[in-house]
Design a protein around this ligand. Sequence first.
Ligand code: 5AD
Ligand code: SF4
Length: 360
Amino acid sequence: MSDAINDALQRPLASLRLSVTDRCNLRCRYCMPEDEYVWLPRTSILTFEEMERLTGVFAGLGVHKVRLTGGEPLLRHDLPTLVAMIAHNPRIRDLAMTTNGLLLAKHAAALRAAGLQRLTVSLDTLRPERMLAFAKSARHADVLEGVAAARDTGFANLKLNTVVIRGFNDDELADLIEFGRRHDAEVRFIEYMDVGGATRWSMDQVVSQREMLEVLARRYGPIEPVHPIGGDDRAPAERFRLADGTTFGIIASVTAPFCRTCDRSRITADGTWFLCLYAARGIDLRNPRRLGRGAGVPHPGNVAGSQRPRGGAATRRSGPGCPVPDRFAARRPPPRDAYTGRVTSPPDPLSTLWRGGMHP
Ligand code: 5AD
Ligand code: SF4
């Protein structure tokens, strides 16, 4: 359609991630490693009505996939109501959510009844003691219960996200595949990305896609790539199949950035629109709306060239399809981490304005 959102590279922005809260009840070391953060004041968080209106405007511009994210989205009170409001829009053909699963058992049925179509649950480890050490939570059983509830509620294409970190969970790849198989869920292993802030990322902690495949091939024998048949070739995960038919995905954002096919933009909980997950600057969509000036969404044609120069940004390198190859090499890191939405400096977390965690 002629008014679809395209960026300067003619990449359609068909997929919108909507952060419904900046808060989280976990403290994953790779995302929110500090004990305390200063959260956004409640008054600056978008209301459900504002989110519904914004997604409506974006749907009119060609967005047909919406993913609810956080922080942890289930910390937002009465989330099924928002789900129903968005699901009501016939242009939104795919409505999904990424969650850490802690509160999922309680809400899975209501979410499904409200029209949520797909769920991704983060599950980095099957060992409770590792979760305690890594995410400061003793509630591993709640996550497992959440996964089971999602499956029992009938969510199709249930996915499990595992960030693979050397020395933390890189010995659990096969166990996680087995777990996924038992729960009708497809595991997606994610290369550990540098999201800035206090996360102390280093390249030696990254387990590359290649290494993951080698480890799994030693255990399972030959692994073949699954090519999307009429499927979503914009999905960041490459999918693979074991000899017994079990499939899994790998998101190789560090060693194989997928900028060329990226179709995502995101709105933070306070209504800032980022055209690239790693863009240094976002566009405030909330205040024009609250002030009642028009639809409040600047047409991307006016901004995309300057605001959406790259993707696959976890590498802080450009990827294929990025028009400004050395932008971040020359000028890193940006003051606000647009993937998490977090201001990454100054490092003191209490002086950090948090705009949403990684469940992007
Ligand atoms: N590197 C890779 N993946 C990350 N996630 C959060 N932080 C990072 C990181 N530094 C993952 C979460 C979640 C998904 C949305 O992003 O585990 O599953
Ligand atoms: Fe962990 Fe997701 Fe919370 Fe970040 S937002 S701390 S990745 S559960």
